[in-house]
Ligand binder design. Sequence first.
Ligand code: ARG
Ligand code: ZN
Length: 858
Amino acid sequence: PTIRREDYKPFAWLVPEVSLQFELGLEATRVVSTLTVARNAKADPSPMIRLNGDGLEVVSVKVDGEPSNSWTMDGDDLLVTLPGDAHEITVATEIDPSANTQLMGLYASDGMLCTQCEAEGFRRITFFPDRPDVLSTYRVRMTGSAETFPVLLCNGNLEATGTNDDGTHWAEWHDPWPKPSYLFALVAGQLVANTDSFTTMNGREVTLNIYVREGDLGRTGHAMESLKRSMKWDEETFGREYDLDLFNIVAVSDFNMGAMENKGLNVFNTKYVLADEDTATDGDFDGVEGVIAHEYFHNWSGNRVTCRDWFQLSLKEGFTVLRDQLFSQDMGSEPVKRIEDVRVLRGAQFPEDSGPLAHPIRPDSYREISNFYTATVYNKGAEVIRMMRTMAGEEAFRKGTDLYFERHDGEAATCEDFVRAIEDGAGMDLQQFRLWYSQAGTPKVSVQLEHDGDTATLHLSQQVPATPGQPDKQPMPIPLKLALFDRESGRHSGEELVVLDKAEDTFTFGGFASKPVLSINRGFSAPVTIERDISGEELVFLAAQDDDPFARYEALQDLVVSHLKQAVEGELDDAARTEARNAIAGAFRAVLVDENLDDLMRGELLVLPSETYLAETMRIADPGRIHEERQALRAAIGIALEDELAAEYQTAASVPSDLSAEARGARKVKTQALLYLAAGNPERGRELAWEQYRNARNMTDRQGALMVLAGMSGIERTNALLDFYNRYKGNALVVDKWFALQASSMHPDVLEHVKALADHPQFTLRNPNRARSLYMAFAHNPHGFHAEDGEGYRLIADVILALDPINPQTAARFVPQLGRWRRIEPKRSAMMKAQLERIAEAPKLSRDTYEQVSRSLG
Ligand code: ARG
Ligand code: ZN
């Protein structure tokens, strides 16, 4: 059945209080839940209450303390008939956490018990109105073996503990803040804590714990520092203070997503908690900081103000992603973080927006909500709110968010509530802007600059492409930051913001004796694609001169993208190819020698556009040709700039190995330089990589070198892979890297390697990190996935079918890669489609996978 946004109705009952009793066991956990219910005066009355369940069996039902027969099952749900206006319902169930391979609800991971309830996992623990607009206060008593479960954790405050005569012990927790069931969490197991504290702006002393397995304690320092910085930043930037005396984080190794913001008890994938220099790359450190911040920020944007229904998911996710992006910008390099975020948007969200799974940031319908935890809802959602902030200005935007939190604290709100609060608080009209919530598809903006006399005239037009279910689109307000550069002086007279809110518009700028160079969508002020009429020389000019770091990056990317597009489409003869490569090498040389650039930014500018993004810029892509041309360009740059790259490499190699911005920048430049050098001169690359591998004093260097070696043939490849494995075989997160790096390799035999790795004793489909490390890495490696004979597609389809009965949520996440078939050249396209059809025919497909496959074929 399809759930529709327009069908929303408030729930007929309020559930002000919930009391839960758990008798914990890995194989059998008994749950008794007592709900205080009362009629909701704001809803249509109903003689019965629907309590959602998923795979649960009723042990007993009581109403007002008496055993009751006035209940029936409707599918998985329990319906209880209630005569009066207020009652107490008690339901007992029993579940087997060790059999829960979906990792939704209560499950066993590594000998401990933990939960994941968002979006609809609570109904796998006990019968409950499992929807985010039912808010309750929870009292939880958990009892279990003191040996197996020495640590007993839940949301809120610990109120009492005790031991029983039979060797079990118990803890009673109370969460004073009303919350929906998806924010419930429970953890029980053998854990140790890194404990610290934070004093809030109004003097509340908060105890902070990060719980991990004993051997992992030494790798929690960065997470703890990130947490304290997040708490401080949210006070300073958004005026948000923490609201309990305790904040717990638990790291678990089996987890479907990154982490979860359960009230007072965040549960994390170990990948986003554990980090030290020997085992985590600089990118991993940033990932920990960003996700710790993200989950902490949810305490206000998500928990104190939650979502009315799951169509409003972007209300909390888009806003919280924006908040974590702004935080990371403030903690590190603002322009570099911006470029990274845009790269993620283009790599993951643009393909979503231009394919069969396109949906607005506030979807209109779904079958399985887990399929809508997407880059569109999260990352485009963040871009949409960022545009409001850009148009309002920081100060006015803050007035809007203050009003939002004040107005809706304690409520389950909608995206519309958010927009209205920004309108009222910031004093702006967002009527037309609301289209960004309802229309899917990445708008295309065409740009033309004319010059006549002393006037520059800018012609802008926009087109929002048709997407499934949305054939006709209306023009949206598109805020574009721009600057006009004087060619002689290399300067501009100030950045301006224009808002294109019609299908076409014209803007004039006076005072230009000669035609200026246009820099547009500076800072990526709008999540659109720009088609600009600009010459190669003008791009080279901007790549070297633009004072907006993002625009500079963009000019360099455009230069490369337009060349590779022409090359792939066979539009270049040898002379034109050489000329374009020389221009690109020249622009990269300017980046390498620019004294004013810091290394983090320099490293960023050297990154070539990904094959996925290149494919996205073409209507029909030939992945094989894209791969060849991109590799050839990399080699050409490596040859043309060998001396400069080698010099940069040596300088960077002499910087000390620590976590300072300088050292991180040096490592970034070094990683890029090595990639170009190895492409241009494989023998030199092999030597450098092998030396870097052996001398590495941190994971960034070691992994960077191993990536290069893993793409080559020869004994160094075998030796390095073996050495790496033996060195780190006790560390699951690093073993994940070992799998991922082989699966994402450019090695000609990558497909055979992946097949062989599936039989490795350390490989299992049951652990999502491990399954993704091999197969998600492979599915996103165009060189392997798009193998000419279609074997890559078959392999991923097999994975989907094997994983679906174990963990449908994770299985469904592989479907979008095959779903790209309409945009791929005909031969491959047919093979991709055939694999989707094969999956569709499988008996007993999960709702998750079925929805994604049918939308992909539809
Ligand atoms: N709210 C979590 C976050 O944004 C994600 C949880 C998603 N869980 C799921 N089963 N789809 O960090
Ligand atoms: Zn989130």
